[in-house]
Design a protein around this ligand. Structure first.
Ligand SMILES: C[S@@+](CC[C@H](N)C(=O)[O-])C[C@H]1O[C@@H](n2cnc3c(N)ncnc32)[C@H](O)[C@@H]1O
Length: 515
């Protein structure tokens, strides 16, 4: 039997001139500039369209082959999450509603809405040219209005009922009727169904692994990565819908550096809502940033500093999701003589008199427990405090080789050329993906230029963007939330935003954050 198959894409705007192969685009000689420019636009459109194509393809499989379709969804594969998202969005937005000139990212935002709301928001986006962020904000505002259909906000469906929901969907009940019964959105039911399906697949895989002793650690790790990514996505969806844990965070806190003390800020955040923390607190008795009495690093006694920092790190641990990492960049200080500055004048800029005196006070008021000219050992004390008494695991100490840092003027010891970054977690198995580090290496020596510093850069001690980027690429799942409670000029925020992650952070004195 021959099936009637429609073979055309129907859209000449998606055709490329020349020869297209899997690894090349050979354009014909003699293209005009305008034609060449148009090729670029087509490539952009193709990239966007692939999301729709894959989404529709997967849904076709689901419709046509039943549960067999899910074999293509390999939770260990890096593309799993995108594919599942593509299918979900394609399923939520009918063909007639999709807009060619509105990006996929915007469609993703409106996918959980009702079709008439989707149409209205797409119209407005087209008309006003809203960014994703603006659109998200409008949707939030819209959701605060009396809902179009009666639906109890904030209803949480206990996890022990998720399997029952999946069973009922598999038995043919519609997600709409379940949504009405539980008083939640259809998107929420759909999220539970997807999450539960994946949980079932993982349980089956675990069982198989137990029966198959040859299964590699690599495979087990890949499964854990997928599970973590999925949990992050589910949590994000709950937060978007005003349900679950992430819902406790007011929208304006996201993607901004709040002017606040780190400990108070963190205490106001709900448990488990961030997926990675990359931060650099002020080092003990070094620079003065604000003059605020709450500023960390001004304690005459280094043990007071360690105690406060450990308290803050514990609070970070509460705000991080299970399995998340904290990258804590923390330098050391030398015990010096009272009131004497030992460095060269160049390095003195941005280092306050108070900081110099702080060393002195420490020596005057309480004899330091290390001899003069010794490293005080701040990173070691913090690491030991956290690991011995607070249940943290120190997985690595990254050696950040500070290329381009000012030369120390010292003679009877070696010059410092690196700083430690403690890589800490409370989990036995934490989320870290080697894949994105393939080009730069998966080792613990990071050779990077220091960030642009001083007044011109808006901060005296900014992170190199590359450092933050590397941590995010490896340790924050796509779409996850990055935290930095000592955000300074907002380097972490900017890099997180560029890499498609959301951000939460504060600083006693937030610097200028570039858009
Ligand atoms: C080393 S800098 C962070 C630089 C940042 N990583 C960047 O890229 O710009 C430390 C920051 O901690 C802030 N800070 C000091 N004490 C604080 C506290 N108690 N709460 C919040 N921020 C604080 C300072 O204002 C300073 O901006």
């Amino acid at each position: 039997m021959t099936l009637p198959v429609e073979r055309t894409t129907g859209d000449p705007g998606l055709r490329l001139p020349g020869v297209v192969t899997a690894t090349s685009l050979q354009l014909p000689e003699g293209l005009s500039f305008t034609e060449w420019e148009a090729v670029g636009r087509t490539l952009d459109r193709l990239r966007e369209s692939v999301h729709w194509w894959r989404g529709d393809w997967l849904r076709y499989g689901e419709r046509t082959y039943g549960e067999r379709y899910s074999r293509v969804l390999d939770p260990g594969a890096g593309t799993y999450q995108t594919l599942a998202n593509d299918a979900w969005v394609a399923g939520k937005i009918g063909l007639s509603l999709r807009r060619e000139n509105v990006p996929w990212s915007h469609h993703k935002e409106i996918a959980p809405l009702q079709p008439d709301e989707q149409a209205a928001f797409l119209d407005q986006t087209e008309h006003h040219g809203w960014s994703v962020r603006e659109l998200r904000e409008r949707i939030r505002q819209h959701k605060r209005l009396p809902p179009p259909a009666p639906r109890a906000p904030g209803v949480k469906i206990p996890e022990d009922q998720w399997q029952g929901i999946l069973d009922r969907v598999d038995a043919g009940e519609t997600q709409a009727s379940l949504a009405a019964e539980y008083g939640v959105s259809e998107a929420r039911i759909s999220g539970i169904v997807q999450t539960q399906r994946a949980a079932v697949r993982r349980a089956a895989a675990r069982l198989k692994a137990q029966q198959d002793p040859t299964k590699s650690h690599r495979q087990a790790h890949a499964e854990r990565l997928a599970a973590y990514e999925e949990a992050a996505r589910a949590r994000e969806q709950e937060a978007e819908e005003g349900e679950g844990e992430g819902a406790g965070v007011p929208a304006p806190l996201y993607d901004a550096v709040c002017p606040a003390d780190a400990l108070s800020y963190l205490r106001d955040l709900p448990d488990g809502i961030a997926h990675l923390c990359v931060t650099s607190p002020p080092y003990w008795a070094k620079r003065q940033y604000t003059g605020d009495p709450l500023e960390l690093g001004r304690e005459p006694d280094p043990d007071d500093y360690v105690r406060k920092l450990v308290e803050i790190v514990d609070e970070i641990g509460r705000v991080l999701a299970p399995g998340a990492y904290l990258f804590l960049n923390l330098g050391d200080t030398y015990a010096s003589q009272p009131g004497r500055y030992r460095g060269d004048e160049d390095r003195r800029r941005g280092i306050s008199e108070l900081a110099i005196r702080a060393n002195g006070t420490a020596l005057d008021g309480r004899v330091l427990d290390v001899p003069e000219k010794s490293l005080v050992g701040i990173p070691w004390r913090v690491a030991l405090g956290l690991t011995l008494r607070h249940g943290w695991r120190c997985a690595n100490v990254v050696c950040w080789v500070k290329e381009g840092a000012a030369r120390e003027n010292v003679h009877d010891r070696l010059r410092q050329q690196w700083e430690p970054i403690l890589v800490l977690t409370k989990a036995q198995h934490a989320y870290l993906n080697h894949e994105p580090l393939r080009d730069v290496g998966t080792g613990d020596v990071w050779d990077m230029r220091v960030g642009r510093r001083g007044e011109a850069a808006g901060h005296y001690a900014p992170f190199p963007e590359e450092l933050v980027g590397r941590a995010i690429a490896a340790a924050c799942p796509p779409g996850g939330v990055v935290l930095d409670p000592f955000a300074g000029s907002g380097t972490t925020l900017q890099v997180a935003r560029r890499m498609g992650r959301r951000f939460l952070g504060c600083d006693l004195s937030p610097g200028e954050v570039a858009g």
